[in-house]
Design a protein around this ligand. Structure first.
Ligand code: PEP
Ligand code: MN
Length: 373
């Protein structure tokens, strides 16, 4: 059961205190509070776990701070939609908004290999008016002898350069609970010139202890990648691990499924399920065309496969694009073959704009026919 309080309810108010006290005294019920920061309002939701069948909905609805009560199904309790279209989706972070309507492009390095490539990358982003990027400091590699990322050593210069080039948010994968602290310390040391979204990679989608540790903090949002060899339900439950610990600022990322049937692409592109994800959950949906396709190959129409696949996600309503670029792909230490060139960035942005406009037109077409009914 979710108890949704009136917008902007103050936790020190009498109404809040009375409501909380009543709920707290219910038998066999555990409470968890969740703050949802929307564009225009701040909503407090109280989740009731346990023997909720015995709780009288009308009594709870009559409590002073309560706006309404939603009974939820077992699946994806916090992040699911539960047929309640009025619940807010998304969150604000570091001056940007992320929800199921917005579209943010995170173009950047798969892995930070040198200060020079970070600077060239960020300079190109600024020139193209982008304020988000990806920068891998900790890399999960198949081969233990491969480059593992510069780790915490590169963080100070990555964050300082982000400040210099007005980057507001960096998607950065973390592999261990300790990395939360390392990133937080480096941001503090450099005066918090930028923000970070913690990325959980496909290999760690079901690393439950890592998910719980990330979920226990509420400052940094999370980009959770779909597991490459598990069901969608299992991946969505992984997202719910984050939310069940208190962090519901979660973006769900599709990055392709592992199967040899996807050849010549690296993974089987699964962007057709963007709309289904938006229906099942309240999470913004990200697509990662780079790790799906895995190469810079171009088809006879002159359009690179990565652009084509990006378009498939955007036309389906994707809310974020995570894409690899590199100033000199031949010298990249990780995933060079799939990195787009900096000179391709303006075209990438333009192409996304064209497709996004087409999506918006499609959406309006259906909105219009809905209101005719
Ligand atoms: C990445 O985005 O750098 C990455 C390792 O992706 P994935 O977890 O999808 O393989
Ligand atoms: Mn990669």
């Amino acid at each position: 059961m979710i108890v949704i309080l009136r917008p902007n309810t103050d936790e020190n108010s009498v109404a809040f205190k009375k409501t909380w006290k009543f709920l707290e005294e219910l038998n066999n019920i555990r409470l968890q509070k969740n703050i949802v920061e929307g564009k225009f309002q701040r909503l407090t939701e109280i989740y009731l776990f346990g023997d909720t069948a015995a709780v009288n909905q009308e009594t709870v609805e009559a409590l002073p701070a309560v706006e309404r009560v939603v009974r939820i199904s077992q699946e994806y309790r916090v992040l699911g939609r539960h047929k309640d279209s009025k619940r807010l989706t998304g969150f604000d972070y570091n001056g940007l908004h992320f929800d199921q309507e917005t579209l943010n492009i995170f173009a950047g390095l798969c892995a930070v290999d040198s200060k020079e490539s970070v600077e060239l990358m960020m300079k190109a982003l600024k020139e193209n008016k982008l304020t988000c990027t990806r920068m891998g400091a900790y890399k999960p590699r198949t081969n233990p002898y491969s480059f593992q990322g510069h780790g915490k050593d590169c963080l100070p210069y990555v964050f300082e350069l982000a400040g210099k080039y007005s980057i507001k948010v960096i998607a950065m994968e973390i592999l261990h609970e300790n990395h939360i602290r390392e990133i937080d310390d480096a941001l503090e040391l450099t005066g918090r010139p930028t923000g970070v979204i913690f990325q959980v990679g496909t290999r760690n989608t079901q690393n439950f202890e890592l998910l719980k540790a990330i979920g226990r903090q509420n400052e940094y949002p999370v980009l959770l990648k779909r597991g490459f060899g598990i069901t969608l339900n299992e991946s969505l439950n992984a997202a719910e691990y984050l939310a069940s610990e208190g962090n519901s600022k979660v973006i769900f990322c599709l990055r392709g499924m592992k199967t040899s049937f996807s050849e010549p692409h690296r993974n089987m592109v699964d962007f057709s399920i963007v709309p289904a994800l938006k229906r099942l959950t309240r999470m913004p949906v990200c697509i990662d065309p780079s790790h799906s396709v895995g190469s810079r190959e171009t088809s006879p129409d002159g359009i690179p496969d990565i652009f084509h696949v990006t378009a498939q996600g955007v036309i389906a309503g994707a809310n974020m694009i995570l894409v690899d670029f590199h100033p000199e792909p031949a010298k990249a230490l990780v995933d060079g073959p799939q990195a787009l060139l900096l000179k391709e960035l303006p075209k990438f942005i333009e192409d996304v704009k064209i497709v996004r406009q087409a999506y918006e037109k499609r959406r309006n077409l259906f909105k219009a026919s809905k209101s005719v009914k």
